[in-house]
Design a protein around this ligand. Structure first.
Ligand SMILES: Cc1cc2nc3c(=O)[nH]c(=O)nc-3n(C[C@H](O)[C@H](O)[C@H](O)COP(=O)(O)O)c2cc1C
Length: 361
């Protein structure tokens, strides 16, 4: 399906080489300031052609707000945003008309639909993620009003892992590196992969601070479950961890438990979520990206007739999709947390009284 979210409902549309991509975001509370500059800035952070490890495709990625905002403020109507495709070189993909790219969505989507827009992967292309980032920017604006903030950064490129998570540093790093001491080595690993006509995977951290305790719904819409769903839905993400994540399976409770003092939790292995509900601490998420599937090395594959072929993929592809993918993870995280904040408004009678009852202002 192409829609996501309960109260804050996102629908995206568009393909890589069609007229453009876009989103319709429904459920944005009226009166929210729609800061167009902020939305554009978020798109610029994801934009191709600006990052080490990114593709040389130069997309303009201009966000055009078509509806739902008047004089800079949300009206309560669905917010529609369109982002035109301005740099689609469809000719680069002619050879792919009948051949499946290894590890891309080509084979499985063809099995499912029987037709495909082979140009740039059509809708399976991460071009669609520009629409998610535009919607995520609005979710961030909602979160700003309650003092919550979503940040991200690259913790590892291939096996080169940092020891420091400096989110402020990552903002200006060409690869969103979290560890300034590992950045140069990580950039070199991407460059080497590209020189070798290869690509490389990445580990991305996402952090949400200022989240009130109580967000997340038992039992099937747990906050961690919603985040995992949202982030596994980002192209090329192969694993998601919350807090200690997979390491918890190797730990003893005496080490893994987050003991508590009157001042708060003494550790954060839970990653800010207990029993599917936010505990008031920072939410700590890790997303693992596989290497960009499209590489120019010869690879074995088949065509739509089942014949064996060798493919050497042309076109302009990211050397490490995790770098730009970090911004998409931020957007999806913001959408989930903002959605859960809206859903949670009916969970206590105090909330209802504040809005409708004697305690209303
Ligand atoms: C920001 C971003 C950019 C991407 N760019 C490319 C690309 O240039 N070439 C490519 O083959 N895959 C790229 N991908 C990955 C594919 O979209 C993805 O691997 C494909 O849709 C198959 O889905 P899966 O890996 O989730 O199974 C990108 C992913 C992200 C998040």
């Amino acid at each position: 399906m192409n829609s996501f979210g309960a109260k804050l409902r996102l629908t995206t549309f568009g393909e890589s080489h069609g007229r453009g991509v876009g989103c319709v975001l429904d459920g944005v509370p009226a009166g929210l300031e729609i800061n167009e500059k902020f939305i554009q800035n978020e798109l610029d952070r994801r934009k191709p052609g600006t990052r080490t490890g990114g593709t040389s495709r130069q997309e303009d990625d201009r966000a055009e707000i078509l509806s739902g905002a008047f004089e800079g403020v949300a009206t309560g109507a669905p917010i529609a945003i369109f982002i035109a495709n301005t740099n689609a070189k469809s000719g680069d993909y002619d050879e792919l008309k009948e051949i499946f790219r290894p590890s891309h969505a080509d084979y499985s989507w063809f099995m499912k639909y029987g037709v495909r827009d082979h140009r740039g992967g059509g809708r399976s292309s991460a071009r669609e993620s520009a629409a998610r980032v535009a919607a995520g920017a609005i979710a961030k604006l909602i979160l700003q009003t309650i003092g919550a903030k979503v940040e991200s950064g690259v913790a590892a490129i291939g096996g080169i892992e940092g020891d420091i998570y400096d989110f402020a540093y990552a903002v200006n790093s060409p690869i969103f590196a979290l560890d300034p001491n590992k950045e140069a080595e990580q950039i070199a690993a991407i460059t080497k992969a590209k020189q070798d006509r290869d690509s490389i995977g990445a580990k991305v951290k996402i952090r949400v601070t200022g989240v009130p305790a109580g967000l997340g719904e038992p039992l099937y819409d747990k906050l961690d479950a919603k985040l995992a769903e949202a982030l596994m839905g980002v192209n090329a993400v192969k694993a998601v961890e919350i807090g200690a994540g997979a390491a918890a399976a190797r730990a003893l409770a005496s080490k893994n438990n987050d003991q508590t003092s009157a001042k708060g939790f003494l550790s954060a292995n839970a990653g800010g979520i207990l029993g599917g509900v936010s505990d008031g601490g920072a939410i700590d998420i890790t997303a693992h990206f596989k290497p960009t599937p499209s590489i120019s090395r010869p690879q074995r594959t088949i065509d739509i007739y089942g014949e064996e072929r060798v493919i050497e993929i042309k076109g302009r592809h990211d050397g490490c999709v995790g770098v730009r993918g970090a911004i998409v993870c931020e957007a999806m995280t913001a959408l989930v947390v903002a959605d859960m904040a809206l859903v949670n408004m009916g969970s206590k009678i105090e909330h209802i009284k504040t809005i409708y009852g004697s305690e209303r202002q």
